[in-house]
Design a protein around this ligand. Structure first.
Ligand SMILES: [Zn+2]
Length: 271
C-alpha cells in the first residue's frame, strides 16, 4: 500500500472498497477548538502546492478566490480539494448563483483536464453529519481507476417534479434513497458533465441555490448535505440532505424507510 490506499474487490459481492488507513490521521476538528485552518488565506503553505486557482495573487500566496490543491490524505491516485472561497464561514447557503456558477466552471475545467486518467467523481460534503472533516467549505474531486466498477444509481426518468427549465428538470425520484434528495437532470441527455455549457452552468447554479433555500424551509437552516456529479455519460447532479441517520434495518437490508413520501416532499419544495 505504498500510496496510502488500496482498491480491493469483494470476491462475493463484486463490490469495491478502498482501504486508506492514513486517512485516520486526518485532523479531527471540533467546533470550539479549531486549529489553524489550512484552507484560509495566509496558510497556503499548509496544503500541498496548488494545481489551479481563480483570482489574483501568486501561486500558493493569498489573493485567490477559488483554490484547488491535492488532498493531503488521498484515497485515490488523483484526489483534489476545491476550496469554495477564502471565507472560512461562507457556504453554498450564502453564495449568490453567480458565484456558484464560478465554482461549477472550476469543476468543469478539472473534469475535462482529468477525465482521460480515469473516472472523475466530484462530490461535496457540508458539515460533520455529511462527513466533512474540515469546516472551511470545499468540494472534492477524485479520479478512480477505470477498472473499478462503481455502484451508482443511473439517471432515471423525472418524476415528482419540483421545477423545470429549458435546460434542467429538478425532481425527487419515487424510489429515492434519502428523504428530500433532489436530482438535477439535464434536458439534453447522453452527455458527460464535461460537456455542460456555460448557459447550463448559469441555470444549474440558480436551481441549486433555489433548491437549497426551499429545503431550508423544510429541514432547517444550513442543514448538512452532500452532492455529487455522476461521473459518466448521462450525467446528473444529486443533492442529498443528511438530516437523518441510517438505522439498523436500513444498514441490514439496503431498504430505506421514509417518513415523507417523495411525492409529498416534491410538493413542499415545488416553485
Ligand atoms: Zn478556513
Amino acid at each position: 500500500m505504498k500510496d496510502g490506499f488500496e482498491f480491493l474487490k469483494n470476491p462475493v459481492s463484486g463490490k469495491w472498497v478502498v482501504l486508506a488507513p492514513k486517512r485516520a490521521k486526518r485532523p479531527k476538528v471540533a467546533k470550539s477548538t479549531e486549529p489553524i485552518c489550512p484552507f484560509c488565506p495566509g496558510h497556503e503553505n499548509l496544503t500541498p502546492p496548488e494545481v489551479y486557482r481563480v483570482g489574483k495573487g501568486g501561486k500558493n500566496k493569498p489573493g485567490w478566490q477559488i483554490r484547488v490543491v491535492p488532498n493531503k490524505y488521498p484515497f485515490a491516485p488523483i484526489h483534489e480539494v476545491i476550496v469554495d472561497s477564502p471565507d472560512h464561514s461562507k457556504t453554498f447557503f450564502d453564495f449568490k448563483p453567480i458565484y456558484i456558477a464560478k465554482l461549477f466552471h472550476v469543476y468543469r475545467n478539472r473534469f475535462r483536464l482529468l477525465k482521460e486518467k480515469g473516472q472523475v467523481v466530484i462530490f461535496y460534503n457540508y458539515e460533520v453529519e455529511a462527513a466533512a472533516t474540515l469546516p472551511h467549505p470545499h468540494a472534492q474531486l477524485t479520479v478512480i481507476p477505470k477498472k473499478i466498477q462503481m455502484d451508482v444509481t443511473r439517471s432515471v426518468t423525472p418524476e415528482n417534479i419540483i421545477h423545470e427549465t429549458k435546460f434542467f428538470t429538478v425532481f425527487i425520484p419515487q424510489a429515492s434513497g434519502w428523504p428530500y434528495e433532489v436530482w438535477f437532470l439535464p434536458k439534453e441527455r447522453g452527455r458527460e458533465f464535461g460537456d455542460i455549457t456555460n448557459e447550463e452552468i448559469d441555470n444549474l447554479a440558480q436551481l441549486l441555490s433555489k433548491a437549497l433555500e426551499k429545503l431550508e424551509g423544510q429541514l432547517g437552516e444550513r442543514f448538512p448535505f452532500n452532492f455529487h456529479i455522476f461521473h459518466a455519460g448521462d450525467w446528473y447532479l444529486r443533492l442529498i440532505p443528511r438530516t437523518r441517520v441510517l438505522g439498523g434495518f436500513e444498514l441490514a437490508t439496503g431498504v430505506y424507510v421514509h417518513s415523507t413520501s417523495p411525492k409529498e416532499a416534491a410538493k413542499k419544495l415545488a416553485w
